[in-house]
Design a protein around this ligand. Structure first.
Ligand SMILES: NC(=O)c1ccc[n+]([C@@H]2O[C@H](COP(=O)([O-])OP(=O)(O)OC[C@H]3O[C@@H](n4cnc5c(N)ncnc54)[C@H](OP(=O)(O)O)[C@@H]3O)[C@@H](O)[C@H]2O)c1
Length: 319
C-alpha cells in the first residue's frame, strides 16, 4: 500500500481508493449537502463516504446525477462508499438494504459496501422509531455470504466492515470467499487503534479513519477529552510546517497508511483537508504525535446507540 505523496491507495483486491474522502455523516440538510458536494467535486474530491443511516443518500444521488449526465464526471471517476444500517445487519435484509441504497443514490453500483456496525437490530420499516431498540438474532458468517452475493451481482465492487474488532474480522475471514477489503473505524491522533490497524495492514485490509479530526465541531455526549485539534502540540506543529492543525492531523494518518474521510461544509476547510499530499511530517514529529494517544477515553462514537448494547457479546469495543 503506497500513499505518501499521491491521492490514491491500493486496496487489497487491487481496487483504488482515494486517500482523502468527503465524510457526509452529519449532513442531513439537502441544500447544505448539495453545495458542499458540488464544491468538493469541483476542487477534486473523488471519494464520498455516506451510509443508509445518514438519510442523505438521495441528496448525494441527485448531485451526482447532474455531474454524470452533464459529462463533467464519469461514474468511474468517483469512489462511493455506503453502509448496511444496523437494522439491516441480518442475513435476510442485506440485499434489500443494498438495493435501497442504490436506488437512493441513483447508481447501478457502489465502490464499497460496508457493514456499518457488528450488531443488528429488529427492523420495523424505514420510518419506524423502534428500529434501534431491540437487538435481533444475526449471524456474521451468513451476513457476509449475502455481502459476497452483492459483489457477484455487480451491486458493489468491494465489501468491508465498520466498527468490527479483530476477533470479529478474523471469524469472517476464515470462511470468506471474498475477503473484507476495508475496515472503517474511528481514528484520530489521540485515538490511534494501533493493534487493529497493524492487524488489518498485515492482512491486506485498507483502513479508513472516521472522525479523523476528532469531530471537533460536533456536540457529542460521549466526549470525555477536549478536541485534540486544539492541543498545544498540534498547534505548534501546524506553525512549524506552515499548515493548519487539521492538515497535521490528516497528514499524520496518511503517513500511517490510513485513508481519511473528514467532514466539512466550509469551502476553505474542504480545500485545506484535501491539500495534504505535498508535505511530510518528520519521523521525530510523527513519534511525538504518537504520544498524544489518549486511550479509551478518547473514543467518541457509539456509546448508548442501542439500549444495553454494551453488554452484548458482539459489542465490538471492549475486546
Ligand atoms: N462508520 C462509522 O460508524 C462512522 C461514524 C462516524 C463518522 N463516520 C464518517 O466519518 C466522517 C467524518 O467524521 P466526523 O464528521 O464525525 O468527524 P471529523 O471529520 O473528524 O470532524 C468534522 C468536524 O470538524 C470540523 N472541521 C472540518 N475540517 C476542519 C478543519 N480543517 N479544521 C477544523 N475543523 C474542521 C467540521 O466543521 P465544519 O463542517 O463547520 O467545517 C465538523 O464539525 C463522517 O462524516 C462520516 O462520513 C463514520
Amino acid at each position: 500500500m503506497a500513499c505518501k505523496l499521491h491521492n490514491n491507495m491500493v486496496m487489497g483486491d487491487g481496487l483504488e481508493i482515494p486517500a482523502i474522502g468527503l465524510g457526509t455523516g452529519s449532513m442531513r440538510e439537502e441544500n447544505e449537502l448539495a453545495t458542499t458536494l458540488n464544491n468538493a467535486l469541483e476542487i477534486g474530491y473523488r471519494h464520498i463516504d455516506t451510509a443508509f443511516a445518514y438519510k442523505n443518500e438521495a441528496f448525494i444521488g441527485r448531485v451526482l446525477k447532474k455531474w454524470f449526465s452533464s459529462g463533467k464526471l464519469k461514474r468511474e471517476d468517483v469512489f462511493i462508499t455506503t453502509k448496511l444500517p444496523v437494522p439491516g445487519v441480518h442475513q435476510s435484509r442485506v440485499e434489500m438494504f443494498m438495493k435501497k441504497s442504490l436506488e437512493n443514490l441513483q447508481l447501478e453500483y457502489v465502490d464499497l459496501y460496508l457493514i456499518h456496525f457488528p450488531i443488528g437490530t429488529k427492523y420495523f420499516g424505514d420510518e419506524s422509531e423502534d428500529n434501534l431498540k431491540e437487538v435481533d438474532d444475526f449471524d456474521h458468517i451468513e451476513i457476509w455470504k449475502k455481502m459476497e452475493e452483492q459483489v457477484d451481482a455487480g451491486r458493489t465492487k468491494a465489501i468491508g466492515l465498520s466498527n468490527f474488532n479483530q476477533r470479529q474480522i478474523e471469524k469472517i475471514m476464515k470462511s470468506a470467499r471474498i475477503k473484507p477489503t476495508c475496515l472503517q473505524i474511528e481514528i484520530h491522533v489521540d485515538f490511534q487503534q494501533r493493534d487493529l490497524i497493524n492487524f488489518c495492514h498485515k492482512n491486506g485490509i485498507v483502513v479508513v479513519a472516521y472522525s479523523p479530526l476528532g469531530a471537533p465541531g460536533r456536540n457529542l455526549q460521549n466526549r470525555k477529552m477536549a478536541p485534540v485539534i486544539n492541543s498545544e502540540k498540534i498547534g505548534k506543529l501546524a506553525k512549524k510546517y506552515n499548515k493548519t492543525p487539521g492538515q497535521i492531523m490528516l497528514r499524520y494518518l496518511l503517513q500511517n497508511n490510513i485513508v481519511a474521510v473528514p467532514k466539512s461544509s466550509r469551502l476553505e476547510r474542504l480545500k485545506e483537508n484535501i491539500d495534504v499530499f505535498h508535505f511530510e511530517i518528520s519521523e521525530n514529529d510523527m513519534k511525538s504525535l504518537n504520544e498524544l494517544e489518549g486511550g479509551k477515553d478518547a473514543r467518541l462514537s457509539f456509546r448508548g446507540l442501542i439500549p444495553g448494547i454494551e453488554k452484548h457479546p458482539e459489542y465490538p469495543f471492549e475486546d
